[in-house]
Write a protein that binds this ligand. Structure first.
Ligand code: HEM
Length: 342
């Protein structure tokens, strides 16, 4: 090992060969300054070596950066959200805009920016929320079927389970937009014109009171449920921020994400069911033989909630708890058969 003493720094040439490129350019520039003061040929060689390392690092890192995946965990949730949004937009536009245009020559295109969008948003939001809890149910079913927690889940289920946080955050995003769109309904000029027209028709019919008791209750209940549902989703979103989740114990985190999450899903589903009210039995809702959007919206959440209720039955719950504590169905049978033979 050859050591040379410079004016300001001691340079170890062998170790210099193994200097790894660092991302801290501040340190490197300090080193360069030190070396510029040193006038030995070795120092000059080391300086040019460093320069090469320096630029090499930038070339390499920019290449690596280009190769790096952008938001890898968001790919699946974003794709699913985009596909559902697109399909729902087409579906709702056909029912609410194209159908009146074709059958009655009625121009309802004004509905697209707010009313149609505000049918797409809640459907996507509640479906994504159901997709947060569906893999947990599938995983429980898988464990019940295989009788052990040591068997690996299929890869697609693993991937889905790992992106539940992103599904939940996207659901929250869509729900917030839906709340904003809903709350601006009365501000719209189309709404004011419709209100005036209703009032005028009422005067013509000599009706003094337009109050419909069950409609009033319907709206009070579903808006209130929507607000509470959104508040719970906000809590879930806050609890998923790393700094907040790290301050919680596993049990607290699990309690919030699981129990409160299911409660949010239940409230949002009831919100949609109460919104629909007696439209469930109204055949006029089936335009071109297609079901209304609220039926599509509540389908998956109801399936998830029903499956959860089934899994909460004592026979299934106890078995899942045992499996998750390490009990294995096959081993147990084997052990029982060995014991009985002895
Ligand atoms: C502040 C909170 C909320 C308010 C004010 C609100 C308000 C509304 C309103 C006014 C409608 C009727 C929309 C229409 O006339 O087309 C509606 C429908 C609906 N909302 Fe909400 N909502 C809220 C939160 C939520 C949340 C958190 C979810 C679920 C994630 C949700 C899911 C739904 C669904 C599925 C429908 C039925 C949409 C359809 O198919 O027509 N809402 N909500």
């Amino acid at each position: 090992m050859e050591k040379r003493e410079g004016d300001n720094c001691t340079i170890d040439l062998n170790t210099a060969q193994s200097i790894k490129p660092r991302r801290n350019t501040g340190n490197l520039s300090n080193l360069n300054m030190d070396m510029q003061v040193t006038s030995t040929p070795e120092a000059a060689a080391l300086f040019s070596l460093h320069q090469a390392h320096h630029f090499g690092e930038f070339e390499c890192s920019s290449e690596q950066h280009c190769k790096q995946d952008l938001f890898p965990k968001w790919h699946l949730p974003m794709k699913i959200a985009s596909v559902i949004s697109f399909l729902m937009f087409i579906y709702t536009s056909l029912r609410d805009v194209i159908y009146p245009f074709i059958t009655r020559k009625e121009n309802a295109f004004y509905k697209i920016p707010i009313l149609i969008i505000n049918k797409v948003l809640p459907v996507v939001s509640i479906t994504l929320l159901a997709l947060v809890y569906l893999p947990g149910i599938l995983a429980a079913g898988f464990q019940l079927y295989s009788g052990t927690k040591y068997k690996r889940f299929p890869q697609w289920l693993d991937r889905w389970m790992l992106s539940r946080k992103q599904f939940g955050l996207l659901s929250f995003f869509f729900a917030t937009m839906h709340a904003c769109y809903s709350l601006c309904y009365p501000m719209r000029r189309s709404y004011r014109y419709k209100l005036m027209n209703w009032a005028f028709q009422q005067i013509k019919q000599k009706k003094e009171n337009a109050w419909i008791e069950h409609d009033v209750w319907r709206m009070e209940i579903y808006v209130s449920l929507g607000i509470v549902g959104l508040a719970l989703l906000t809590l879930l979103a806050i609890a998923s921020i790393p700094s907040v989740s790290h301050s919680l114990t596993w049990r607290e985190f699990h309690y919030i994400q699981s129990k409160m999450g299911y409660l949010a899903l239940l409230l949002c589903t009831v919100h949609a069911l109460v919104f629909a009210w007696n439209k469930w039995v109204d055949v006029n809702q089936f335009i071109w033989y297609t079901p209304p959007s609220f039926m599509i919206a509540v389908f998956l959440p109801i399936v998830v909630l029903l499956c959860k209720c089934i899994l909460l039955l004592p026979c299934f719950r106890r078995r899942i708890q045992k499996i998750r504590c390490g009990w294995e169905a096959n081993t147990q049978t084997n052990q029982t058969s060995i014991t009985s033979r002895l």
